[in-house]
Design a protein around this ligand. Sequence first.
Ligand SMILES: [Zn+2]
Length: 377
Amino acid sequence: MAAAPVHIRATLLPFGAEPESLWVVDGRITRTPQPDALELAPPGGFLAPGLVDAHTHLHFVDSPTARTGPAVIADNRRRHLQAGTLLLRDLGATADEVLGLAEDDGLPPVQAAGQSLLIEERFPFFVTAAKELPSAAASQARAGAKWVKIFADWPGWPGTQQEPNFGPYDPVTYPTATLASTVQAAHAAGARVAIHAFGREAAAAGIDAGVDSIEHGWGLDEALIDKMAARNIGWAPMVGIAPLMLLGQQKVAEPLPGQEDWIRERLAAMGTTLNYALRHGVAVLAGTDWFPTVTLADELAMLHKVGVSRVDALAMATTIARRFLGVPALDEGAPADLVLFRADPREDLAHVTRPELVMLRGQVVPLTRKAAARRHG
Ligand SMILES: [Zn+2]
């Protein structure tokens, strides 16, 4: 038997100014009034489409390279669910389990890449020579990957370093022509292509090759962003990891000269670059990268700190990301993936990960006190 229709009256995020009504019928959103609907929550709240972490690694615990498995993936998906993050893009797993996750198991759905493709030998990457890159991408797509993740630059390549100190001089790993034929192979097999590119040169190569998104992209400038806007290439900047990168610099035995200055300089310029990208219609996406160490609230707070408005930061974690990933927001007929806040997160982004109510595909998610109070409570 179908659940009774429910009604909710709230200010719609990220851009709404006045409370509006919407209803959920059979798990889907409608603006058509339902006379017998039950009230889902008291009026006066702020309602967002489910939050999106557009660059996460579900295998992570507290280290990007720990060997974990399905239990950690499920645990991280539950944490995301409790925080109202209802759509995930996994951009680089330590094993291919993320490719087989169910879409309807009561946890946030995942648009997953399999193992990241890297030119040199290093766990947890899928070591891939240039000539193998197109076929590796196609075979990941055939195995169920919605995304293929390629490291387009890598510190110290060729040769292996002790610690990956990402920076401006990371050598480009694959020729542009190789990236271009890989994009063609991935697209033909039904996957999109994301590249890790800290430096400018790798980002430029990827943009010329027609990739679908740039990850980090701390070397992007306005000329490259113009090309991204014309080609509908997204950008996940992940500024929330910068404080941890700076901390990491203090821990490594031989930090790269100039790297710390570079991080600080890029952060100082990032607000201008991000606002330029947003104004020119580039899909700028909120991603945590180091979840659960870095939360979506941390990323949004950092985006705001570098100069993005709170409204735009919220759009990067909701409407912009959903559109880019091909998933509806609060549209008529959309699956009811909803997050309700009592206080307006546009006033304080810390509210973003402590929702009052979470609904995934029309089902209210029981929130645990611990999750709601986590970090900021
Ligand atoms: Zn990442």
